[in-house]
Design a binder for this molecule. Sequence first.
Ligand code: SAJ
Length: 417
Amino acid sequence: MNTFNKISVVGLGYIGLPTAAVFANHGVQVVGTDTSQSVVDSINAGKPHFGEPDLDALVRRVVENGKLSASNEVQTADAFLVAVPTPLCEGRDKDFGADLSYVQAAAEAIAPALVKGNLVILESTSPVGTTEKMARWMADLRPDLSFPHDKGEMADINIAHCPERVLPGRIIEEVVNNARVIGGMTRKCAQRALSLYRIVVQGECRVTNARTAEMSKLTENAYRDVNIAFANELSVICDRHKINVWELIQMANLHPRVAILSPGPGVGGHCIAVDPWFIVDGAPEDARIIRMARQINDAMPDYICGKVVTRAQSLVNPVIACLGLSYKADVGDLRESPAVEIVAQLADQGVAELLVVEPHISALPKDLSDRGLKLTDFDMAIEQANVILLLVDHNAFMHIDRDMIKDKFVIDTRGAW
Ligand code: SAJ
């Protein structure tokens, strides 16, 4: 019963594809499904559709040796791993709930393929209660099978939540080495999920119930968000007092029980900027610090813009080199990136000529190209600009020749120089 010869991974994005490839690399037959034909074609040609260290070679190898293939349709398997997006609902100002339509679509796609004895695992970051909802969506379509919300340990289908926790840029290493929280809808569900993850995971695996596992993932990202908000609030206070916040944090962190994170232009990415809202949405009156941290971090792009505009207005012909667009260093991921928001706002304010540099992408997102902006080469931008705005601490920007910027105004939002 605990033999997993074939698994199906539903959703071949940043989490699903690396997870599928790692299982395939351990000899498991993996069929990945995705609704996008171009994603399916690209993977079947052995090419990941996004950049991530070590992923290219791994995907090529497992596709070539026949262990990984991609399809538009979910096929029968011993276990199903769901790794689809759970974004914020549209109309974010009013409603901070999760859009579970992709999870529902995945459940509906898996349901026809289920047979007695199958295991279904939700890996997507989800509000508390989602795993049970997923079980109910499948149960509605398969009255011939029993599910754990109804039949507990006796259910035909086992269901668990095992949230992904990998850091973009280190996904392959972290899929294997991170500790995992494995939340079963029943103890048996958890034990079966544990035996599946044991095939690839070398980190500690902790077994719990599905609701605790759901909350655990949200808590990890909210913890980081709150701590970054503390650093960002400090940076605003330090500006007021004309104190260098980076030096201040270094000093404070000398204390053995203080470990302040780094201020920046805001919090981006599809995880930390999103997941804490699921906690707020589930307990609006109680989640006070978590809500405020989100608001503080979301306010940072406006704050940085204000600083840059003031500087630009003090110059006759301001030309700003905007260095970096991605949500963090050394990745090409622009989702929820505060740097993109800042550059867009600066373009809208029209106070300066903007030279945009992002070595990890080949074309600007439509949002920015529609504003008439173009990607510029790093050296050219540094030479032509009189204001240097460091938005992302990419390695490529760290070895800058100090002589080249000594006569320019530098706004370093990352404390990197
Ligand atoms: N940031 C700061 N200051 C800091 C650290 C980060 O401003 O001191 C900013 C970054 O520049 C970035 C954002 O926060 O814009 C988030 O970056 P991150 O590196 O902290 O995290 P993510 O979003 O890339 O990945 C997080 C990770 N969660 C935790 O570290 C608790 C990862 O392990 C999760 O798997 C991932 O979210 C996810 O998928 O949920």
